[in-house]
Design a binder for this molecule. Structure first.
Ligand SMILES: Nc1ncnc2c1ncn2[C@@H]1O[C@H](COP(=O)(O)OP(=O)(O)OP(=O)(O)O)[C@@H](O)[C@H]1O
Ligand SMILES: [Mg+2]
Length: 243
């Protein structure tokens, strides 16, 4: 993927949760370049998670176009969108969504069961287990003992790094992180972001990182306030404007 190539391009997009309800998002134009590390900020309820779900093809807008890696994903059928997401997008959720009865290693390997592309990319370099172990080590989860542990036996900060390794395995072109640091103290937050950005740099991955916390934005190439790109007036942000 060439840097500077547009990997995300939203045009005249409108989304509302209910057909006759208020507009949640109205975005005339929003573009992200390949390899860019973008910080997206905004008040609670301003639509950050909604935007990320639209970009990941979890939901579709009522109007407009969302092009990801040249594909107009809102024109794909449900199963095709699921496949597209599995192949090209790694998600890190706020609550991590790790599978509790699986080990650290098994959680990290999971995306390779859903995406043959990501599996093949990994096996060009070695075995899936070797690649998962490499990522976990880079994210400071070194050693077989911790990698074989059930994820419920980890601290929150450790679980967060497992979620990051799972999003990164098989080098998806885009990694989307939805406030993954909100439960960490500020030292751990900065360390995690450094590790995540470093991994994305190594693989040329485009990173979209959402947070309320403006103190983190200096680590990123660019920062966007949702309120700047969203023409819809928020209805439930109790007077807080998108920061
Ligand atoms: N499943 C849903 N059904 C209906 N409305 C929803 C749903 N999820 C979110 N909304 C509404 O859409 C708007 C945007 O919500 P969203 O979750 O995208 O905000 P956010 O910016 O991610 O907030 P936070 O910072 O608190 O995570 C809010 O008004 C919210 O009430
Ligand atoms: Mg949210």
């Amino acid at each position: 993927m060439n840097d500077c190539e547009t990997v995300i391009d939203i045009q005249d997009m409108e989304f509302r949760w209910q057909t006759s309800g208020p507009l949640t998002l109205a975005i005339h134009r929003f573009q992200v370049s390949g390899g860019e590390r973008l910080f997206i900020k905004g008040a609670s309820g301003s639509g950050k998670s909604t935007l990320l779900n639209l970009l990941g093809g979890v939901m579709t807008p009522q109007r407009g176009e969302i092009r990801v890696l040249g594909q107009t994903i809102n024109r794909l059928r449900g199963a095709e969108r699921d496949r597209f997401r599995a192949d090209h997008v790694g998600f890190i959720f706020q609550m991590f969504n790790l599978i509790p009865y699986l080990s650290v290693m098994e959680n990290v390997l999971l995306p390779l069961h859903f995406s043959r592309n990501r599996y093949l990319r990994v096996t060009q370099r070695g075995t899936p287990v070797q690649e998962a172990a490499r990522l976990l080590s880079h994210l400071d989860l070194d050693g077989e003992e911790i990698q074989q542990r059930e994820v419920t036996a980890l601290s929150v900060g450790q679980q967060q790094r497992v979620a990051a390794a799972r999003a990164l395995i098989g080098s998806p072109e885009i990694v989307i992180a939805d406030e993954p640091t909100s439960s960490l103290d500020s030292d751990r937050r900065e360390a995690f972001i450094k590790l995540l950005i470093h991994e994305c740099e190594l693989a040329g991955t485009t990173l979209l990182f959402v947070s309320h916390d403006s103190s983190l934005e200096s680590a990123f190439d660019r920062s966007v306030a949702l309120g700047q790109i969203n023409g819809a007036v928020p209805t439930s942000t109790t007077g807080m404007k998108g920061v």
